[in-house]
Design a binder for this molecule. Structure first.
Ligand SMILES: [Zn+2]
Length: 283
């Protein structure tokens, strides 16, 4: 499932083709994704200009010049595929529509951007831009982990009194926006905190380390996504999924990568999700 770094990578990949540009036509291939499209979706999006392409947590936000914000959630497996028409290129030279292309944005300058999702857990909404943050699904989202407002004190306030395991708490979008299974596992390993530790019982110094670990983990993944973007654009136009070396995620039975640690990575199941940690150096 795409988490903050993947969504940010998609945003950066889409920006040159969408920001400041007009959507000549939006085409919707089916009545719903995870939930129905907003009424008159094609009509309300076609002909608008994208003023800004933002991200909040795992959501992409396109501020349109109609005063509406188009919210795109990639769900479990949603992808954005982009085909640029080279100047003078003929449209019929492009690939035929793919299976599972559920929404297509035909940009005025010729690019074709498709939302493709085999599992249909994604979603699109239209929200009034001036009130978007106060409406679901944006209302109630926790702080952006890469913003200055996210620090140990902010995290501590949101974890206070919680007995849920810290990993489950970090995946709660109300605590901090954008983390999922992978980056929560990675950040906890980096901070040396066991994923099962009750969230409200982590001391100030360790929360400080955790805050920094979350930021570092996400920043490195975004950097990896940035390099993948340069490769991908030459390949099939898919944005946002990239090979990234994880320290614990998916490494069950392998030696811990922390220098001086002799531990072996263990997989447990927490809240129905696989969790990976090193029992030797995560407490
Ligand atoms: Zn270890």
């Amino acid at each position: 499932m795409p988490e903050l770094p993947e969504v940010e990578t998609v945003r950066r990949g889409l920006a040159p083709a969408m920001e400041g540009r007009r959507i000549a036509r939006a085409r919707q291939m089916r009545p719903d994704l995870r939930r129905p499209f907003p009424p008159d979706f094609e009509l309300r999006v076609s002909g608008t200009r994208v003023l800004r392409l933002r991200r909040r947590g795992k959501c992409l936000l396109l501020d349109l010049d109609s005063g509406q914000t188009l919210l795109i959630h990639l769900g479990m497996s949603g992808r954005m595929l982009i085909e640029d028409a080279a100047p003078g290129a003929f449209h019929h030279q492009r690939a035929a529509p793919r299976r599972h292309d559920h929404v297509v944005f035909e940009m005025e300058h010729g690019a074709r951007i498709a939302f493709n999702d085999a599992r249909r857990f994604g979603a699109m909404d239209l929200l009034p831009t001036d009130r978007a943050e106060s409406l679901p699904p944006l209302a109630g989202l926790g702080p952006e982990p890469l913003d200055d407002s996210f620090d140990a004190a902010a995290l501590r306030a949101r974890l206070a009194g919680r007995r849920t395991p810290i990993k489950t708490a970090l995946m709660d979008q109300r605590v901090v926006a954008g983390l999922g299974n992978i980056y929560a596992s990675e950040a906890l390993w980096r901070a040396g905190i066991a994923p099962s530790r009750p969230a409200g019982r982590i001391g100030a110094a360790r929360l400080e380390r955790l805050t920094q670990a979350i930021r570092d983990t996400l920043r490195e993944a975004i950097a990896a996504g940035g390099s993948s973007l340069r490769d991908h654009r030459q390949a099939n136009g898919e944005l946002g999924y990239f090979q990234h070396a994880f320290a614990v995620y998916g490494r069950e039975g392998l030696p811990c990568l922390r220098p001086g640690c002799a531990g072996t990575i263990r997989r447990t199941v927490q809240g129905g999700r696989s969790s990976f940690h090193c029992p030797a150096c995560q407490r």
